[in-house]
Write a protein that binds this ligand. Structure first.
Ligand code: SF4
Ligand code: SF4
Length: 120
């Protein structure tokens, strides 16, 4: 069980969640952030601070967004970044790649405008 960042973060990335996470397990990609599924301690703090409500507990993801469980997990695997489990995001910097599903996503793929996304 872990928390998952879904499509509302894409092209939003205001990073409020990053500074709130007590275990530094929210990693930066190019267009979105990713929660490390093994490093997350399931505290739920990040959910309440995310402007576009992009963070869900994995068991509460709406059906169309369940694929983000795999997207968050695969970001750390050999098929995307090969980061594994670094034990902390702050020393890693931003990744130069996204999961392919995020890299190729149209803006605002969930159809819900993100409050921190430019309107243009
Ligand atoms: S607070 Fe929400 S929109 Fe901002 S970086 Fe975190 S998950 Fe993305
Ligand atoms: S649920 Fe807690 S530990 Fe997991 S990403 Fe959010 S703030 Fe970090």
């Amino acid at each position: 069980m872990a928390y998952v960042i879904a499509d509302g973060c894409i092209d939003c990335k205001d990073a409020t969640c990053v500074s709130c996470c007590p275990v530094d397990c929210i990693y930066e990609g190019v267009r979105t952030f990713y929660i490390h599924p093994e490093e997350c301690i399931n505290c739920g703090i990040c959910v309440s601070v995310c402007p576009p409500e992009a963070i869900f507990e994995d068991v509460e993801l709406p059906g169309p967004l369940k694929r983000f469980i795999a997207i968050n997990r695969e970001f750390f695997g050999p098929e995307v970044t090969g980061l594994g489990s670094p034990g902390g995001a702050s020393s890693m910097g931003a990744s130069k790649v996204d999961h392919p599903a995020v890299a190729t996503a149209p803006r605002n793929i969930g159809g819900k405008p993100a409050p921190c996304m430019p309107s243009s």
